[in-house]
Design a protein around this ligand. Structure first.
Ligand code: G16
Length: 546
């Protein structure tokens, strides 16, 4: 193929794309948008979108000198009938934001001719040589609509001459991991073995190294949301060994498709602030919930009266930040740890991080794609959304500093090796529920803490997240990391007036990027006030003339 000229490729792809695209017609009454985490909607409406994502993935690979691009088919925390598709860049990061516009253009091209002209227009505008080989790998979660969408994706890839490999069913972070492994295989810093087994080996080895001689880790029960995370966690646990990690997985029924995320999983637990269906918590023990594609995790416990305590993404960020800050102090190295949050971060967590832990805190818009880049600006960047989506990034220079440091004492040596093992244990590509689970267990083991001690760091302001369905969510426009609504004009002033009436009140409104709804967040000094404020703001949004 590489011997063919660009002109020959143009003719060949033009014919093939038109022919295959006709098999994947675009629904006429829909407009598609590449949102917070790619395209998300009813699985039955996604066929044409996924086909076209295949075309774009090939172009992206060609643009980046044949590096491997990932395509993940998942709707993560959304209901079973939904599905979605997102692209993964060569270092395992989310698709570069400037390409989202092409994804949206491809998805919305009306007829085959328009799609083909968009395809060649992007190739021309970005000076992409169509004779350059393209490589794409992909995987899916356990949803029923997955196999048909994979077939559409394969058509998109084949019609535009892309080499591909199907990795079957994986968690989203496993695909991100494999993409990075493939693209770094021939570099001086290969990330790991590019396979699912390689992933288990890397994480389990780091976990065992870091915990050697540190005592018995806490026992944990994990609700897997009846998604892909269940079988994959079972597999990871085998590599670690029951003598090291005592984990019980519940809600691991991936065969009954309608059970996926149904009254269980990280999103349910976080938004409902209650334990999931199918899990009877034992007092004071550690419990966790994954979401449908295992890229988010939240923890919780109950007391002897069954009172529920949530340890969400903010609590995970705080735990990690304190642990890493203390290790850096002992290591005596010149490294800075910082934290990245979104507007959803509990005000109490941000104050604790800034005033007590004394680490820099940055706020970005929702979406790991935003947090990830902000975290890369620190030597060690901890980023977590309150919903439990996040990770800890070690910059290449921080790794170099750690690798070349000469320890002057056993304590210093231990701190340095622990930091290096953490960098192996924590998925460096994207938020990963399984890797985060091991990180939290590691820290609790080091600290000799149970969930109750972990929870003591600060007390959350009571908060409430409400979902409001409106005729057109795209009418809502925000600024200042989504904390202020600029459109519809006048609505923010009304929200501000309401907020003023509540002790420690805070509330904001933003359109979801993954669901057809508006999200309303509120927090206040008491549960009653937080609930009332959320309801009043939600009513205001609902009644606003659009
Ligand atoms: C995705 C994104 C997250 C985001 C979440 C909700 O998560 O990766 O960063 O917080 O959607 O976004 P929104 O409020 O815009 O709907 P997931 O786990 O669904 O992939």
């Amino acid at each position: 193929m590489s011997e063919q000229t660009s002109d020959q490729m143009t003719t060949q792809y033009s014919t093939q794309i038109k022919m295959f695209s006709a098999l994947h017609p675009r629904p006429k009454d829909r407009t598609f948008t590449y949102g917070t985490a790619g395209f998300r909607l009813l699985g039955s409406l996604l066929d044409s979108v996924v086909f076209r994502v295949g075309l774009l993935a090939g172009l992206r690979s060609r643009k980046l000198k044949s590096q491997t691009i990932g395509v993940m088919i998942t709707a993560s925390h959304n209901p079973p009938a939904d599905n979605g598709v997102k692209l993964v860049d060569p270092q395992g990061e989310m698709l570069e934001a400037s390409w989202e516009v092409y994804a949206t253009k491809f998805a919305n091209a009306v007829a085959e001719d328009e799609l083909v002209s968009e395809y060649f227009a992007v190739a021309k505008a970005l000076q992409i040589d169509l004779a350059t080989p393209a490589n794409v790998i992909f995987a899916r979660d356990t949803r029923e609509s997955g196999p048909a969408l994979v077939a559409a994706l394969k058509d998109g890839l084949s019609s535009s001459g892309v080499e591909y490999k199907d990795y079957g069913i994986l968690t989203t972070p496993q695909l991100h991991y494999i993409v990075k492994c493939i693209n770094t295989a021939n570099s001086s810093t290969p990330y790991g073995t590019p396979s699912e087994i390689g992933y288990y080996e890397k994480l389990s080895a780091a976990f065992k190294t870091i915990l050697a001689g540190k005592g018995k880790p806490p026992v944990v029960t994990v609700d897997a949301a009846n998604g892909v995370g269940g079988p994959k966690l079972d597999e990871l646990a085998k590599y670690i060994g029951a003598e090291v990690l005592d984990v019980t997985v519940v809600n691991d029924d991936t065969a009954t498709v309608e059970k996926l995320n149904h009254q269980c999983g990280a999103d349910f637990v976080k938004t409902q602030q209650q334990q999931p269906l199918g899990l009877e918590p034992k007092p004071w023990a550690l419990h966790a919930s994954l979401d449908g594609d295992a890229d988010r995790i939240v923890f919780y416990y109950v007391d002897e009266l069954n009172k529920f305590f949530l340890l969400d993404g903010d609590k995970i960020a705080s735990l990690a930040a304190v642990f890493i800050r203390d290790l850096i102090k002992v290591s005596a190295l010149d490294l800075e740890v910082g934290v990245v949050q979104t507007a959803y971060a509990n005000g109490s967590s941000s104050a604790y991080l800034k005033d007590t832990v004394k680490v820099p805190v940055k706020v970005t818009s929702t979406g790991v794609k935003h947090l990830h880049h902000a975290a890369q600006l620190f030597d060690i960047g901890v980023y977590f959304e309150a919903n439990g989506h996040g990770t800890v990034l070690f910059s290449p220079s921080a790794i170099k500093t750690l690798e070349t440091a000469e320890a002057q004492s056993p304590a210093q040596k231990d701190a340095i090796t622990t930091l290096l093992s953490l960098a192996d244990l924590i998925n460096q590509t994207v938020g990963d529920a399984l890797s985060d689970l091991l990180m939290v267990i590691t820290i609790l083991t080091y600290m000799r803490w149970g969930p109750q001690e972990w929870n003591r760091a600060y007390t959350d302001f009571p908060n409430r997240l409400v979902r409001v369905v409106v005729p057109d969510r795209y009418v809502f426009k925000t600024t200042n990391a989504e904390r202020v609504l600029v459109e519809p004009v006048g609505l923010q002033a009304e929200i501000d007036a309401l907020v003023k009436k509540y002790n420690c009140g805070r509330s904001f409104v933003r359109p979801s990027g993954t669901e057809d709804a508006i999200r309303v967040y509120s927090e206040a000094a008491s549960r009653l006030e937080a609930d009332e404020l959320a309801k009043k703001v939600a009513d205001l949004v609902q009644a606003w003339p659009l």
